[in-house]
Ligand binder design. Structure first.
Ligand code: AMP
Ligand code: MN
Ligand code: MN
Ligand code: MN
Length: 290
């Protein structure tokens, strides 16, 4: 029995990037935390897009389930024509500057949603704004909610299909993003006592040179880490991202980007191990048994 407890207290399984119904995930914060626990996760960050509404509920259930809940957020950024996502970990969700920034982003999401619906309307698809809203929380409206509406109406068969045909560049429901500045985003996160992490760095459609420029600028601005291991990352990319992290003196994070138990998404807690040569972002977290 003693041995069992000793083992449990030193065995950690991190998932530092997940979504709930407070953004475009399909599980409530409670359901997410319970699923993470079942999957063996010991440290879970809830990182909903541009909002922290789910954190309170997640924290309450995490306490009951004896799992460590890290308050987080995934902020949408426009950077030299690309949309980049920056995860903030350990943010104080009561921080004013952070919440003001997030609130502006959610306002923009509504403006964008009206434009997306207009464009779909011109393509003959009626009622998309109301349709998408039915799938969304009070505050956060995103492309996934439009995707669900379009699938429900039979315009596409699944998530992959609907994005490819309607919601990406040059398609009828696409509107180019006008998100936060990278500098503001890092400042909001750092100002709220958090650590800024470049989410899924291998997923951006940019040249290797541009990616390096992003990492250099992010580091200069006070960014802390990149997601070396991401649910959507090919295993060979994990090593490449690990080397990039070291080169730019950034820490390494790990997150599944879980959205739903649907098989098209990565499972919560299912992430490749970090390569042995990186420094994990949790290496200096005081409450983590190293
Ligand atoms: P938004 O921030 O509203 O523009 O939506 C971005 C979100 O859409 C991502 O976080 C994913 O949840 C989802 N997404 C983007 N591309 C795809 C895709 N090809 N297939 C499925 N989901 C996608
Ligand atoms: Mn999403
Ligand atoms: Mn993302
Ligand atoms: Mn995400």
């Amino acid at each position: 029995m003693t041995a069992f407890y000793r083992k449990m207290s030193t065995m950690t399984q991190f998932d530092l990037h997940t979504h709930s119904t407070a953004s475009d995930g399909s599980l409530s914060p409670t359901e997410l935390v319970k699923r993470a626990k079942l999957q063996g996760v010991t440290h879970l960050a809830l990182t909903d897009h541009d909002g922290t509404e789910g954190i309170r509920e997640a924290q309450d259930i995490a306490q009951e389930e004896d799992i460590c809940l890290i308050p987080g957020v995934e902020i949408s950024v426009s950077w030299h024509g690309a949309t980049v996502h920056i995860v903030g970990l350990h943010v104080d969700v009561e921080n004013d500057a952070l919440q003001k920034g997030l609130s502006l982003l959610r306002d923009y999401r509504h403006e964008r949603a009206v434009k997306i619906a207009d464009r779909l309307d011109k393509a003959g698809i009626k009622g998309a704004y109301e349709g998408a809203k039915q799938y969304a929380s009070e505050t956060m409206l995103g492309r996934v909610h439009f995707a669900k509406f379009l699938i429900e109406k039979g315009y596409a068969k699944d998530m992959g299909d609907v994005f490819k045909r309607f919601l990406i560049k040059n398609k009828p429901g696409y509107v180019s993003g006008d998100w936060a500045l990278l500098s503001d985003t890092v400042n909001w996160i750092n100002g709220a006592g958090g650590q800024a992490v470049i989410a899924h760095p291998a997923r951006y459609k940019m040249t290797a040179t541009k990616r390096r420029k992003l990492l250099a600028e992010f580091k200069d601005l006070g960014g802390a880490a990149i997601e070396v291991a991401s649910g959507s990352q090919h295993p060979e990319e994990v090593r490449t991202m690990g080397h990039l992290a070291n080169e730019f003196e950034l820490l390494a994070s790990a997150g599944s980007d879980f959205h739903s138990p649907d098989k098209n998404y990565s499972e919560v807690g299912k992430i490749a191990n970090l390569p042995p040569f990186v420094t994990p972002i949790w290496s200096k977290w005081p409450y983590v048994v190293q």
